[in-house]
Design a protein around this ligand. Structure first.
Ligand code: NAP
Length: 292
């Protein structure tokens, strides 16, 4: 049994923290708006009053917050994790953030005698709920081995992909691929509807062939029902397309499709769809086609 502080109990963090409690760990969860700790406390975890309260006495500190500045705040801010974690504490950042920010934070953690892994996840809300996430881990191999039992509680495919920041780089590639798949699916849906094809039948047969994908399986109902409750918010995918396009630019590689899809995600965000699930890229294709 490990004593775990879990910071950020949103769409992903809440079910992950609940799984850790159910696996027998002692979990103190902290969320900025306290009502989101309800599922955790109902499962037998503790709602901490502050980051300091959650972190004091914890062997592992897990984070699941939206963006790079949020992780920086939680770790380095007044009353943050770095100020309160005991030397040797293992920090696991499950959030999707910039690889360069991750490397800086990991170096700072190391200077303070803390261990640090970047461990962004893929699999969406369903993956978190079903403890079936794909977890791409960057950092020291010994820290990875120490964290593996925790990863195995919330994930199904857990891979150490390299040194600090490598997990975030792999996640950026993941987000590029997911956005492109979603955009292609949205365009196929608008195309099929234009010809009056039965969408249920079409997506069923497409799912059994080479066009089948986890994106199609998980987002098919959203597309058919035109229901875009998140899930994964467009605003977060917009953040991730910014990460992948700027990291590609720094590396001097060219992602033409990624650049176009990033613009389409940006357009969805600019048209007020940031709070909707990323399957709402469909609304963007409909706007462009005059069928919205
Ligand atoms: P979310 O539902 O918005 O949850 C984020 C949580 O972080 C919220 O509970 C929020 O608290 C808290 N938070 C935000 N800013 C904070 C700050 N500055 N300090 C402290 N707490 C803060 O987001 P999510 O969908 O769980 O996503 C979390 C991360 O997972 C993101 O990096 C996202 O890209 C990644 N991710 C998401 C999915 C998905 O399908 N949703 C899949 C894979 C990866 P409040 O309640 O007070 O706002």
């Amino acid at each position: 049994m490990t004593t775990i502080a879990f910071i950020g109990l949103g769409i992903m963090g809440s079910p992950m923290a609940v799984h850790l409690v159910r696996a027998g760990h002692s979990v103190a969860g902290y969320n900025r708006s306290p009502e989101k700790a309800k599922a955790l406390t109902e499962a037998g975890g503790r709602a901490a009053a502050s980051i300091a309260d959650a972190v004091t006495g914890a062997e592992v500190v897990a984070l699941m917050v939206p963006d790079s500045p949020d992780v920086q705040d939680v770790l380095t801010g007044d009353g943050g994790v770095f100020a309160h974690a005991a030397p040797g504490t293992l920090i696991i950042d499950f959030s999707t953030i910039r690889p360069d920010v991750t490397r800086e934070l990991a170096e700072e953690a190391g200077r303070r005698g803390l261990r640090y892994l970047d461990a962004p996840v893929s699999g969406g809300e369903a993956g978190a709920r079903d403890a079936a996430l794909s977890i791409m881990v960057g950092g020291d191999a010994a820290a990875f081995e120490a964290a593996k039992p925790i990863f195995d509680v919330v994930g199904r495919t857990v891979v150490h992909v390299g040194p600090s920041g490598a997990g975030q780089t792999v996640k950026a590639a993941n987000q590029l691929m997911v956005a492109a798949h979603l955009e292609a699916l949205a365009e196929a849906v608008v195309f099929l509807r234009a010809y009056g094809v039965d969408l249920e039948a079409a997506l069923e047969v497409l799912g059994g062939g080479l066009a089948g994908s986890a994106v199609l399986t998980q987002k098919r109902a959203n597309m058919i029902d035109h229901s875009f409750e998140p899930g994964f918010r467009i605003a977060l995918h917009h953040k991730d397309m910014g990460i992948v396009t700027s990291a590609a630019r720094e590396a001097g590689v060219v992602l033409p499709l990624g650049a176009l899809v990033a613009q389409l995600v940006a357009a969805a965000n600019a048209n007020g769809d940031g709070g909707l699930d990323h399957s709402a890229l469909l609304r963007g294709v409909e706007r462009l086609s005059g069928t919205s």
